[in-house]
Design a protein around this ligand. Structure first.
Ligand code: CUA
Length: 316
């Protein structure tokens, strides 16, 4: 039989974190209880219906209905004992899920409509992809720029709401290298179902001293090509089209070099205007659009910023 840790089960995807097996065992136990009690109740009902089927009009004498103390005690204290087992077991797994181990690798996570970004201790910012080492606890400190989101990694069996106005945390220790799907599991607007990311688990020689990835121009890529990938992963694509169609924001097609009509005056689109619009989007609002773009200051900087500008310039 296939190993559920590798291939998943009927209910569950493969297990890829230290807590996944514990979560699944508890889930399987609760499911087993459901099967057993479903069978007892369904078969018991059928049996009683047949046994005490009404046979004549005068049969239903109230004086025949008494009670059975042993039976009542059994159906009261039996389920109570089972529920206490589930409670204690569940509470222990819940504590494991809630309390990150000492010395975990900390990542700042920002959710905003409709993308995830990740900031490492070494300052590297990643978009729609979180690189972490295998076999080291990772603690996510998460906040939202706008509305309620939720960070869910099915193969890790971890999920946590990301709430505007406060920090929430979540931790995991990945046991399998490779890509793991991240889903947003709180409805957060029209692109909610596309608010995806990947946890990229890598094997490093010394996970405890690993200090984060370096986000620089990938070898063999031009800034413009990298800018195209970033356009999707940062999430520009949710609002800015490449084909001239009007989105939440102006299209990038033919943008560079043209004169843009603003709500107040006009501007010739050059590098400085693009950088200003990324870092301080509310400084100049194009006529016909709302001031809805969040600032990417501190997030889109350096080589990432250069690549985005190069990409926008290339959209003739
Ligand atoms: Cu973010 Cu749904």
């Amino acid at each position: 039989m296939a190993n559920p840790a590798e291939s998943g089960s009927l209910w569950m995807p493969p297990q890829a974190s230290t807590v996944a097996a514990d979560v699944d065992e508890l889930f399987d136990f609760v499911m087993l209880l459901n099967y057993v009690f479903f069978a007892l109740i369904a078969l018991g009902t059928i049996w009683l219906v047949m046994k005490y089927r009404r046979k004549s009009d005068d049969q239903l004498a109230l004086s025949q209905i008494g009670h059975n103390t042993k039976l009542e005690a059994a159906w009261t204290f039996g389920p109570l004992a089972i529920l206490l087992v589930v409670f204690v077991w569940g509470f222990r797994v819940f504590l494991d899920l809630s309390v990150a181990p000492e010395g975990a690798y900390e990542v700042q996570v920002t959710a905003q409509k409709w993308k995830w970004s990740f900031k490492h201790p070494n300052g590297t910012q990643e978009f729609s992809e979180l690189t972490v080492p295998k076999d080291r606890p990772v603690k996510l400190i998460m906040r939202s720029q706008d509305v309620l989101h939720s960070f869910f990694v099915p193969t890790f069996r971890v999920k946590q709401d990301v709430v505007p106005g406060r920090y929430t945390t979540l931790w995991f220790e990945a046991t399998k290298a490779g890509n793991h799907q991240v889903l947003c599991t709180e409805y957060c607007g029209k692109e909610h179902s596309n608010m995806l990311a990947k946890v990229k688990v890598i094997e490093v020689p010394d996970p405890q001293s690993w200090d984060g990835p370096k986000l620089t121009l990938p070898p063999g890529t031009t800034p413009e090509q990298w800018g195209k990938q970033l356009y999707s992963s940062i999430g520009c694509s949710a609002c800015h089209s490449l084909d001239g169609s009007k989105g939440t924001g102006p299209s990038f097609k033919g943008l560079f070099g043209k004169t843009e009509k603003l709500t107040d005056g006009e501007v010739k689109v050059d590098e400085n205007y693009i950088v200003e619009s990324i870092h301080d989007p509310k400084a100049k609002i194009v006529a016909g659009y709302g001031p809805v773009m969040p600032s990417y200051k501190g997030q889109v900087e350096g080589e990432v910023l250069d690549a985005i500008v190069a990409f926008i310039k290339a959209q003739k």
